[in-house]
Design a protein around this ligand. Structure first.
Ligand code: GDP
Ligand code: CA
Length: 339
């Protein structure tokens, strides 16, 4: 794998944005990304922020199109998210779930009443023939996100988990219904070869001054985005790509990132994350608890930056976002630096 640390390109193709605002692009999954983004919008109000969200988790429940990762990001940035639970809306009620149960429908994928309204609304918009990117743009506008939120693709890509006992599970069946218990043999992004980057995705990468890979699951959140045909090459041409490690002291802060990395033969550690992204990133922001791995990260040609990466509250989310901006050597305007 070729490291980009030494050979970083300088300058952005094309003219700087007319507004002069630095353009920061974040590749995002759900909870880890939402936490990071809540910090980033607070410390870099001058930045023009674009998020490319994973849609490999998208799912149909009760005939409704659910985009869990896009919604986690939207709800958090709209100030509507439930930080305790990590997903869904704050102040949620569960009357519809109770009725679905009475009717004998599956209710293992929990949908609160308010959340349900989002999915009814999205499904209706899609039914009218609007692509997911357009529907997501409208949703972001109506929730007043103040950022550009793009799904990675408008085509259907489904992350499937093939298990050692021969099951072929939708990622949500693995995560939620089966609580990550089945042993993973292989993970597939089904439909990926036919996927095209959603409108605006290539342009967002080409005009980004800085790309950040959020502390999201590398296999099921970031993996599908990087696998959309053409995106990896676009990212390799970006002025600077920085990742934040979702693995702290050999553990995922939450979720199944460890067995998933192992299924790829990647060591579940900050060094493993560096190796997985080494052809894309110049820098890795990793937890200070993993200090002894810094030299291993540097050996992959990736500059390590140590800090406390546990986003336990808003102050911690902002500290992590500030550490990422401080690690960025591409600073098109001073406002990013003063963040
Ligand atoms: P999901 O789609 O909701 O599972 O969300 P993501 O893929 O965005 O986030 C899950 C990943 O975020 C897991 O691998 C976690 O280890 C990581 N994560 C969650 N919270 C934190 C945190 O506070 N710090 C760090 N470094 N990683 C986190
Ligand atoms: Ca997800």
């Amino acid at each position: 794998m070729s490291a980009r640390g030494g050979g970083r390109q300088t300058g952005v193709p094309g003219a700087p944005p007319p507004s002069g605002r630095p353009r920061v692009l974040v590749l995002a999954g759900g909870v880890g990304a939402a936490r990071f983004l809540a910090g980033l919008v607070a410390v870099a109000p001058a930045a023009q922020l674009t998020v490319i969200g994973n849609t490999g988790d998208d799912f149909k429940v009760h005939g409704l199109h659910i985009s869990p990762d896009l919604d986690t990001v939207s709800y958090s940035l709209a100030g509507l998210g439930d930080w305790e639970r990590g997903w869904g809306l704050r102040g949620e009620t569960w009357g519809a779930a109770e009725q679905f149960r009475r009717l004998g429908d599956d209710t293992w994928f929990q949908l609160g009443d308010r959340d349900l309204a989002t999915h009814v609304w999205r499904t209706e918009q899609l039914r009218r023939g609007r692509p997911l990117s357009e529907v997501t743009r409208r949703l972001a506008e109506r929730l007043g996100l103040g950022i550009t939120l793009l799904p990675m693709t408008d085509q259907s890509v489904v992350t499937r988990v093939l298990t050692t006992d021969g099951q072929d599970l939708h990622i949500q069946e693995y995560l939620v219904r089966d609580r990550c218990q089945p042993e993973i043999k292989r993970i597939e992004y089904r439909g990926i070869e036919r996927a095209q980057p959603a409108p605006g995705v290539r342009e967002a990468i080409r005009s980004a001054d800085l790309v950040v890979i959020a502390p999201s699951n590398p296999v099921i959140s970031i993996g599908p985005i990087l696998a959309v045909p053409g995106l990896r090459q676009e990212l390799m041409a970006a002025p600077q790509v920085i990742a934040v490690s979702p693995i702290v002291a050999g553990q995922a802060v939450r979720g199944p990132a460890v067995p998933m990395l192992q299924s790829l033969g990647v060591v579940p550690s900050a060094a493993g994350v560096a190796a997985l992204y080494a052809d894309l990133i110049s820098d890795l922001v990793m937890d200070q608890r993993d200090q002894e791995l810094a030299s291993e990260v540097a050996a992959q040609g990736v500059r390590p930056h140590l800090c406390d990466t546990l986003m336990v509250d808003q102050a911690a989310r902002e500290r992590l976002a500030a550490a990422v901006l401080a690690a960025a050597s591409v600073r098109p305007v001073p406002s990013l630096e003063s963040a």
